[in-house]
Design a protein around this ligand. Structure first.
Ligand SMILES: C[S@@+](CC[C@H](N)C(=O)[O-])C[C@H]1O[C@@H](n2cnc3c(N)ncnc32)[C@H](O)[C@@H]1O
Length: 383
């Protein structure tokens, strides 16, 4: 079994829940939880873990825990993969430490560089931040030679980075797909991936996105290895975009899975599928006209939209009750409108509970600075 440190990205709670749900199946185990990291035991390789988790930004092999920084230099030198021919880059990231502690580690790193310089070609990579980003780690070839240092209680947790988030690949499937739909508001691929993992780690389930839009959830489901994938949407344009985007993905990533995509209104979707057809429903629904909402100066103008959306979501869950297996799960986004510090929620738990559903865990929030629509991510099962 390998022991790894998972460094979690910005939406920490969401990322932690994603990793927990994905790892849920034995023989994986969570050994320790910190403010922005997890320590886990897993049979998977670091790269495999990284590929699966949208919310984890770094995976490091856990090496040791030290009580003080006194022994750090000798420990560190042993773990730098030196070569006699090639130049070696090394660096470090400090998590949860103070600025003073960062300076102490930086001076240890400079001492190490001085000591090794006479015999080896060596370069210390640092940035303005106390943590090296995925971009810096990748571009400076620091996989295997970045030390991850986490201060927790009175201990220093140490690891060596074995994988970082593949920013280029995310960028490719976000920006390069043939049909982007900026008007409906794009679901970030990382978030789609996190939602799919919140539903669990089994990939043999039949999965539906009934508001598939341009197909982000479908794309991520394909890349995660789901094989029975369905997408539906009321709009011809969305259906055509989703087909074009998933066809492009099949070609670009050489995949064998083709999702079934059809034009269907959510309000009557149970006419198109037999009862209890799906194991999982994962969806970001229609959340109102993104551009209109972005222009508003007060939440008062959004009451009407909120009511319309609640009606739509109510209709959707009524339909889900029919087409979802009794053991099934729903991962669904409810928008929150946040304008001048006033928030208008579209999730009314009581309404959905009255339809016979039960909330699993607490809703998780995903938002980005300056966005007036926040996303409340919920997991539901049938009562
Ligand atoms: C926010 S978009 C989904 C975006 C998608 N997650 C993506 O990133 O591509 C919402 C979609 O809901 C669809 N929609 C709106 N009302 C619907 C209804 N009654 N039935 C089915 N789809 C509907 C819209 O056509 C739109 O494509």
């Amino acid at each position: 079994m390998n022991k790894y440190i998972l460094i979690l990205g910005q939406s920490t709670d969401l990322a932690r829940q994603e990793a927990t749900n994905w790892l849920g199946s034995s023989p994986n185990k969570i050994l320790e939880t910190g403010s922005n990291f997890l320590i886990i035991e897993s049979e998977s390789k670091a790269k495999e873990i990284m590929k699966n988790l949208g919310g984890t930004i770094k995976v490091a092999r856990l090496l040791d825990k030290l009580k003080s920084l006194e022994d750090l230099a000798s420990f560190w030198i042993k773990n730098i993969p030196l070569s006699n021919e090639q130049k070696t880059n090394f660096g470090f990231s400090l998590y949860d430490g103070s600025h003073k502690e960062y300076s102490i580690i930086q001076s240890i790193a400079l001492d190490i560089k001085r000591e090794l310089k006479s015999k080896h070609k060596i370069r210390l990579v640092s940035s303005r931040e106390e943590q090296l980003s995925s971009v810096i780690v990748t571009k400076n070839k620091l996989i295997g030679s970045e030390l991850v240092v986490i201060k927790k209680d009175e201990q220093w947790i140490l690891g060596i980075t074995e994988a970082v988030q593949d920013f280029a690949k995310y960028g490719l499937r976000d920006m390069k797909r043939p049909n982007r739909d900026d008007k409906s508001g794009m679901l970030p691929p990382k978030l789609a991936q996190m939602m799919l993992n919140l539903a669990g780690s089994e990939r043999n389930k039949t999965i539906l996105d009934p508001f598939c839009g341009s197909g982000t959830v479908l794309q991520e489901a394909m890349l995660l290895g789901f094989e029975k994938i369905y997408g539906t949407d009321v709009s011809d344009k969305a259906v055509n975009d989703a087909i074009a985007n998933t066809d492009w993905l099949i070609k670009t990533f050489n995949l064998k899975i083709k999702p079934k995509i059809n034009k269907i209104n959510i309000k009557s979707i149970s006419r198109s599928f037999s009862n209890e057809y799906f194991d999982l429903i994962v969806s970001e629904p229609y959340m109102g006209d993104a551009r209109f909402i972005q222009r508003q100066k007060s939440v008062a103008h959004l009451d009407k939209i909120r009511n319309e959306l609640q009606e739509l979501y109510n209709d959707a869950f009524e339909q889900f009750k029919k087409i979802l297996k009794k053991s099934g799960k729903i991962v669904f986004i409810f928008p929150i409108f946040d304008i001048h510090d006033k928030q208008l929620h579209t999730l009314d738990k009581q309404i959905i509970q009255n339809l016979g559903f039960e909330l699993v865990g607490k809703p998780l929030i995903y938002h980005r600075p300056n966005q007036k629509v926040h996303r409340e991510i919920t997991i539901w099962k049938i009562k």
